[in-house]
Design a binder for this molecule. Structure first.
Ligand SMILES: C[S@@+](CC[C@H](N)C(=O)[O-])C[C@H]1O[C@@H](n2cnc3c(N)ncnc32)[C@H](O)[C@@H]1O
Length: 171
C-alpha cells in the first residue's frame, strides 16, 4: 500500500496503522524524531536526515539507527543497503511542502531498492496531483509500497538522475 498525506497528524496515523511490532522501518526525513518516537520501541528503525538539529535529538533514541545524510546521495542509500536489503515500511517526509518532483524521485528510487510492503509519504504537491489527476482507465496498480512497473532489483549502481537535477550535490 502507498499512503499519501500532507497533515502531519495523518502521516503519523498512517505510520501507526501500517507498522507492526518487529517491522523494519526506513524513515527518510525524521527531523528530531517526532514520528520516530511513536514506533521506535516496537520497530527496528533506520532513520535518515540531513539537518544538524537531528543529530543530538536522534542520539537520544538509542534503539534507532540514525544516519546523518542527504537521502538523494548514492552513498547514503548504499549505507542503508549495507544494514538491510529490504524493509516493511518506508516513510518519507522531507517537509510537507517540499518539491514534489524530488519527493517522488526519492520515493521511486528508495522503494524500488528496498521493496517495502507499505510506503507512507507526506507531501502536499503529490497529494494535490493524486486528487486532481484522472487516469485513462488502463489498469496499472501496485498493491505494495513500490511501483510494480519497476522490474530491477537491488540498489541502482549510480543514482544519475539526482546528479543531473541537482548539480549542487556533486562533489
Ligand atoms: C518536516 S521535517 C520532518 C518531520 C518528521 N517527519 C516528523 O514527523 O516530525 C522534514 C525533514 O526532512 C529533512 N530533509 C529534507 N530534505 C532532505 C534530504 N534531501 N535528505 C535528508 N533529509 C532531508 C529536513 O532536514 C527535515 O528535518
Amino acid at each position: 500500500m502507498i499512503k499519501l498525506s500532507y497533515d502531519i497528524k495523518n502521516y503519523r496515523k498512517d505510520m501507526l496503522e501500517l507498522t507492526n511490532p518487529g517491522d523494519c522501518v526506513i524513515e527518510l526525513g525524521c527531523h528530531v524524531g517526532g514520528t520516530t518516537r511513536l514506533i521506535s520501541k516496537d520497530c527496528n528503525v533506520i532513520a535518515v536526515d540531513n539537518s544538524p538539529e537531528a543529530v543530538d535529538e536522534m542520539a537520544k533514541l538509542e534503539e534507532v539507527k540514525f544516519i546523518s545524510g542527504d537521502v538523494r546521495l548514492h552513498e547514503v542509500i548504499a549505507e542503508v543497503f549495507r544494514i538491510t536489503q529490504s524493509c516493511d515500511v518506508l516513510a518519507i517526509d522531507l517537509g510537507g511542502g517540499y518539491h514534489p518532483d524530488t519527493a517522488f524521485k526519492v520515493f521511486y528510487i528508495w522503494s524500488s531498492t528496498f521493496k517495502p510492503t507499505h510506503t507512507i509519504i507526506r507531501n502536499r504537491g503529490l497529494l494535490e496531483f493524486l486528487n486532481s489527476a484522472q487516469g485513462s482507465g488502463e489498469d496499472y496498480v501496485s498493491d505494495e509500497g513500490f511501483l510494480d512497473s519497476y522490474h530491477d532489483s537491488g540498489i541502482p549502481p549510480l543514482i544519475k538522475e539526482f546528479d543531473l537535477w541537482t548539480p549542487s550535490l556533486k562533489k
